[in-house]
Design a protein around this ligand. Structure first.
Ligand code: FAD
Length: 316
């Protein structure tokens, strides 16, 4: 079922979460363990992230270094299908522009269609570690809006090879939004214009970057409304689970930690205490967001299902 139909049918705030595929070579059981922790709360959908290739230099005989491309976390689509079969819950693959030509994207979408997957989260992807800025693959997409256009075209039966008479797909398309602005955007308003372009291209809903200050989310939601963005906006939440994250999260996700939360975390004597503070903050955030009628709470689990479980248990 489409995310948008889940939202339209709902009489209260929905719950969803996001997982990462296991590291290459690890079993899928770790994924099932994370989901088993949360499944009793009847999530309406589960997102599975996509991880593109990274480049490593391997030492070869004679002292040469060979550049090798590896994908540390493959298996996004396989995991989605496994989740749908095992739990009968909608699973949403993340699809990125990075590393894909348009044709490879089309083929990936055709696979998703055959597998009965109704939803896609369309993203650009970050620059790979060895690149300063995002570089699209030759004949690939430079921005998420271009990917949304391609999916929307397929939904109308327009494939890359126009001579092919093709059955139209029917994907529900999600895109990313940034309450604290995307790190590359020159300013908040320009970022919002590009977000609107994704909606105008056919995206059905927005999932936000994680944030810890609800006021920033409410301002973002209001700014979206004023900009003519009328699709559901799903807030993304991630409980802080260690003292280290106080500096790691702002660096990785380009977000602020509110002073009240950072003061509390700085005083925490160990990670156990920090995690308890993170859960308490998450519960308060979730309660206020529900009170303010968000369509769904989306949790980034990042391998920490227990903290998410404690928050969900307190608010549902
Ligand atoms: P875009 O919407 O393309 O925006 C990227 C930047 O370009 C922004 O600064 C925007 O303002 C600007 N921009 C947009 N259009 C134009 C234009 N036409 N001209 C000039 N500038 C423009 N990454 C992964 O690799 N895998 C994942 O599974 C994944 N999941 C995510 C899930 C969520 C909910 C979120 C919020 C992010 C996720 N990401 C993931 C990270 C995401 O790929 C990065 O944040 C990436 O840097 C931007 O992706 P985007 O889709 O927002 O890009």
């Amino acid at each position: 079922m489409k995310v948008i139909d889940h939202i339209n049918k709902a009489t209260s705030t929905l719950f969803s979460f996001e997982i990462l595929p296991p590291l290459k070579g690890k079993k899928i059981d770790s994924i099932y363990e994370s989901i088993d922790y949360l499944i009793e709360f009847a999530p309406h959908f589960i997102n599975v992230t996509y991880h593109r290739e990274e480049y490593l230099y391997k030492k070869r005989d004679g002292g040469y270094l060979e550049k090798v491309a590896i994908r540390k976390r493959p298996g996004t689509v396989g995991i989605c299908t496994a989740i749908i079969n095992k739990y009968k819950v909608d699973a949403i693959p993340h699809l990125i522009c990075g590393g894909f030509t348009k044709e490879e994207t089309e083929n990936a979408l055709i696979d998703l269609q055959y597998l009965g997957i109704d939803n896609v989260l369309a993203l650009r992807g970050d620059p790979i570690k060895t690149e300063a800025t995002f570089v699209p693959k030759e004949n690939g997409h430079a921005y998420a809006v271009d990917l949304v256009n391609q999916i929307e075209n397929m939904n109308k039966g327009i494939y890359l090879n126009e001579e092919t008479q093709s059955a139209h797909s029917d994907f529900c398309i999600g895109v990313a939004g940034y309450p604290e602005k995307h790190f590359e955007a020159p300013n908040f308003s320009t970022d919002l214009k590009f977000l609107k372009a994704k909606i105008d291209a056919g995206a059905d809903y927005i999932v936000t970057q994680l944030f810890y200050d609800n006021d920033k989310f409410f301002k973002f939601r209001e700014a979206c409304k004023n900009a003519g963005i009328n699709v559901p906006i799903i807030p993304g939440l991630k409980p802080i689970s260690s003292k280290k994250q106080l500096t790691a999260l702002p660096k990785i996700f380009n977000i602020d930690i509110p002073e009240q939360l950072s003061d509390a975390l700085l005083k925490a004597k160990d990670d156990k205490e920090a995690a308890a503070i993170g859960v308490e903050w998450g519960i308060n955030q979730a309660k206020e967001l529900i009170k303010n009628s968000v369509p769904c709470l989306h949790f980034y689990t990042m391998g920490k299902s227990e903290a998410v479980r404690n928050i969900v248990k307190a608010v549902y």
